[in-house]
Ligand binder design. Structure first.
Ligand code: GLN
Length: 540
């Protein structure tokens, strides 16, 4: 039977609960256990697919096409294990399904209530993961204890523990231990109150992970153990890390978190050093150099809007033992200040929707093409590169994507990017997005093929528009290389430029599959090319 490890958060949000849960997942895998991770989100959206990056950060997409919370990105990056539709459960989805059952008559005669109907639905959705027979199911509850919308989830998690029994469930509480500068004192009271709030609901946490900015002394730990009713060895300190969030698995391992979990579940597995992570951290701490990469986006001021892109860039740097200095370039600023493009050794255009910033992005692609600056275009980034090539190389001056026709108030003269339906000349609107993993066949002798070192690849997608195949011949005649094609529907997946150090773009989102200990090949090669350019220009 699967063991349940349940992570809740207290005091404040933004403590890095997802990273902590993912790091614990990594430690369990290192002990030879199979795990599944699931994120519970108490908001009422069915999924985060429709939420703006201002609200929610990046939307993470799984192989099976679920649009999910970005914490699933942390899970995959730390554990190396794919997540799926089942791994993200929102309150919206729970209510939606219960109300549909009610309308169908599934509860006929009964009064439909929060308990048991909503709580049962939550438990059933979590327990679907048992079908995959993992040793441990690791659950992270979004939000903070005390949130009204999280209450029913806590109740369901309490019941889950009772259903499977004490030996098969364990609760971990991530909390904040502040240092009050004026008093020069560490305060344990918020944690005590947060744990008391959990106890009120009937959940007794067995491990406390304390986020703090300062070192905690033995006295603090004794106090936390005593007042929160947790064994002293189960009070874990997670102080702010100096260099990288990827240190967290090592920080937790040092304090024996995995040992405590295994002891509780009475599982005996030998402890093994986290060799690949130790090596990773030593690379992160002692880089050979720094390379500056410009990311030309629309949400440059937000930390989480391009989360996986930024992480994948760092990973690409790790492969070369370099630190990546990310320069966040607001696409709109390029129109007035194109000189900023000269300050970086590589340019990346990430995915996106909407007209704002498009001309700046197109200008960035042109700059990269004309100045031999290594370039990686992702999804909308590929579409920008194609529009730029059509306009400035093929002479199709008004080339654009039909995505922006409505916003621009014109019908594009040369729709080099458009909906598949438009390419096929049918009028009705088809399915909306291409979501999830799709295959792609790479052309041999291309940079893409060399990077992946295989012919058939699979990457995740999240977009509606495609490069218009009617222009393919014209593109190729003018020197664009089509390096990847979807074998089933024939659409263009990857393009590149010859006679350029590294200009590659993909319709997919390869950043979603990059791991710190296994950098994605496109990011690895892109960073390598940028380092080469930097070394050529500034030999040291
Ligand atoms: N807006 C573009 C489309 O829908 C690109 C989407 C993206 O970059 N994820 O095709």
């Amino acid at each position: 039977m699967a063991k349940y490890l349940i992570v809740t958060g207290g005091v404040v949000s933004s403590l890095g609960k997802g990273i902590t849960a993912a790091s614990i997942g990594r430690l369990l895998i290192n002990r030879g256990l199979s795990i599944r991770m699931v994120k519970l989100d108490p908001y009422l959206n069915i999924d985060p697919g429709t939420m703006s990056p201002y609200q929610h950060g990046e939307v993470y997409v799984t192989d099976d096409g679920a649009e999910t919370d970005l914490d699933l990105g942390h899970y995959e990056r730390y554990t190396g294990q794919p997540t799926s539709q089942k791994s993200n459960i929102t309150a919206g989805r729970i209510y939606w399904d219960v109300l549909q059952k009610e309308r169908r008559g599934d509860y006929l005669g009964g009064t439909v209530q929060m308990i048991p109907h909503i709580s049962n639905e939550i438990k059933e959705k979590i327990r679907r993961l048992e079908d995959e027979s993992p040793d441990v199911i690791l659950i992270e509850l979004g939000g903070t204890v005390g949130d009204i919308e999280g209450l029913i989830f806590l109740e369901a998690l309490r019941q889950l523990g009772a259903d499977v029994g004490r030996d098969n469930s364990m609760y971990i509480h991530l909390t904040y231990v502040p240092y009050i500068k004026a008093a020069k004192e560490v305060k344990t009271k918020p944690t005590q109150q947060s744990v008391a709030k959990l106890r009120e609901i009937g959940i007794l946490p067995q491990i406390l992970v304390c986020r703090t900015e300062v070192n905690l002394t033995g006295e603090h730990l004794d106090k936390l153990a005593m007042f929160c009713n947790v064994p002293r060895e189960c009070v874990i300190v997670e102080k702010d890390v100096e260099t990288s969030i990827y240190e967290i698995p090592l920080v937790l391992a040092e304090q024996g978190v995995d040992e405590q979990i295994l002891n509780h579940f009475r599982i005996v597995r030998p402890s093994r050093p986290l060799k690949d992570w130790q090596k990773l951290i030593s690379v992160i701490r002692n880089p050979k150099g720094t390379v500056r990469i410009g990311v030309v986006g629309k949400y440059s001021e937000l930390q989480d809007a391009y989360k996986s892109i930024y992480e994948a860039l760092y990973h690409g740097g790790y492969a070369a033992e370099y630190k990546v200095d990310i320069v966040k370039i607001a696409a709109e600023d390029i129109e007035t200040n194109p000189a900023i493009l000269k300050t970086v050794s590589g340019l990346l255009i990430p995915g996106g929707f909407g007209l704002r910033g498009m001309e700046g992005k197109i200008r960035a692609a042109q700059y990269a093409r004309e100045n031999n600056t290594p370039f990686l275009g992702i999804c909308l980034g590929l579409q920008c590169a194609v529009i730029e090539f059509a306009r400035n190389v093929c002479g199709l001056t008004h080339a654009h994507s039909t995505e922006f026709d409505a916003e621009r108030g014109v019908k594009t003269e040369h729709p080099v990017v458009c909906l598949l339906e438009e390419q096929r000349n049918v009028t009705e609107k088809g399915g909306t997005m291409r979501l999830g993993a799709y295959p792609c066949v790479l052309e041999k002798n291309t940079k893409a093929f060399k990077a992946y070192d295989q012919e058939k690849i699979s990457e995740r997608h999240r977009h509606r528009y495609e490069v218009n195949n009617h222009y393919r011949e014209q593109f190729e005649k003018n020197g664009l290389i089509i390096s990847g094609i979807n074998p089933d529907i024939g659409v263009i997946e990857m393009i590149e430029l010859p006679d350029h150090p590294w200009f590659v773009a993909t319709q997919a989102h390869p950043e979603l599959k990059s791991q710190p200990v296994l950098p994605h090949p496109l990011f690895r090669e892109f960073i390598a090319a940028a380092i080469k350019k930097q070394l050529m220009e500034n030999p040291s």
